[in-house]
Design a protein around this ligand. Structure first.
Ligand code: SF4
Length: 335
């Protein structure tokens, strides 16, 4: 089994909002334990509004008001040592960014400067992160990096708005991989792209992971994308991971009723019957139901589900679920 590269313990990250003098607490990430390994693609899936993006921000150690770290720990494995990143100074955080962990946000325009040609963005980036590089050396490095990843060299002469959405996203992913980080975090990198373009973006991510033998943590609500690229998948609901397993286990032997709905809602080739999705809507994270948060929507709800959150039950190697149907939840608190 690969070594751990990123770990959380009972991570709690809440938005604390002041609404006309009243405090509103949004429990976006609630007691999450993750153990993400070297050289894997770890997918995080779930409906919109379940806390996926907030979890990624926390993993990237970008917790800024109104988001607060309310409890728990985040550890990176840097040069063979566990580093508790929740205690780092701003300067220490800055040093780890891009070189150890990089971030591909939703929508490339938040990374690419619209008034600069891409070569200038790349040069500025290299200039600020790699010491003793002239502008010309930086440009040469950018050109060889782009070519190595199979992107057309002339993209560097374009402004971001001159590229298609898919090419912009690929250029952004290439930028995130430039300093060969050990972890790349991707937040819905295929959103708003058509399926053919999505495929190119997913292939680029996988090619980078294989080349660098690093780790990609990928959030997407698109279960089809996760099936194509992830080695393991964590299913998130109402701020918690409720099932985790290898991609084969999640897609072949999903246990949690919520995961089953997510899988059953996928289109199947040649099957024209209506897909079945979970009834109702996800709860507000400011008002999460007691007990198992899925209980108001669950067709198999029992009395205990309404008052007590189940712990994780191990269902096999690399597969666990937090559901009272799976057992007593004796193997630890559900995250
Ligand atoms: Fe359904 Fe109960 Fe399992 Fe929650 S714990 S998913 S409500 S059966």
């Amino acid at each position: 089994m690969q070594n751990t590269v990123l770990r959380t313990e009972q991570l709690k990250a809440f938005y604390v909002l002041d609404q006309f003098g009243a405090q509103k607490v949004v429990k976006a990430v609630n007691e999450v334990d993750l153990d993400i390994r070297e050289n894997e693609v770890y997918g995080i899936a779930g409906e919109s509004g379940c806390g996926k993006t907030t979890l990624l921000k926390a993993l990237y150690n970008a917790i800024e008001p109104p988001l607060r770290l309310v409890g728990g720990k985040i550890y990176y494995r840097v040069n063979g040592k566990d580093v508790d990143v929740t205690t780092l100074s701003a300067e220490e955080k800055r040093k780890l960014r891009w070189e150890f962990i990089s971030y591909v946000p939703q929508g490339s325009m938040s990374v690419l400067n619209p008034v600069l040609k891409l070569k200038e963005t790349y040069q500025d980036f290299i200039f600020s992160h790699v010491s003793r590089q002239s502008r010309e050396e930086a440009l040469n490095l950018a050109k060889s990096h782009i070519a190595e990843l199979g992107l057309p060299r002339n993209v560097l002469d374009a402004y971001p708005h001159q590229l298609s959405g898919g090419m912009r996203q690929r250029v952004t992913i290439a930028l995130a991989a430039l300093l060969k980080p050990r972890i790349i975090i991707g937040d819905e990198p295929t959103t708003a792209l058509d399926v053919v373009v999505q495929r190119g973006v997913v292939q680029l991510l996988k090619a980078i992971q294989v080349k660098l033998q690093n780790t990609i943590v990928l959030v997407t609500h698109d279960m089809g994308v996760q099936a194509n690229i992830a080695d393991r998948v964590g299913i998130m609901y109402a701020g918690k991971i409720v099932e985790e397993g290898t991609t084969e286990k999640i897609y072949g032997e999903a246990f949690h009723p919520y995961t089953r709905y997510l899988i059953n809602s996928l289109p199947k080739f040649g099957d024209k019957t209506m897909r079945e999705s979970a009834p109702g809507s996800p709860p507000s994270l400011a008002n999460v139901p007691p007990g198992c948060p899925f209980h108001p929507r669950c067709p198999r709800v029992m009395e205990i589900c309404q008052s007590q959150m189940p712990g994780f039950t191990t269902l096999g190697a690399d597969h666990k679920a937090a559901c009272w149907l799976a057992g007593e939840g004796k193997n630890g608190k559900a995250s």
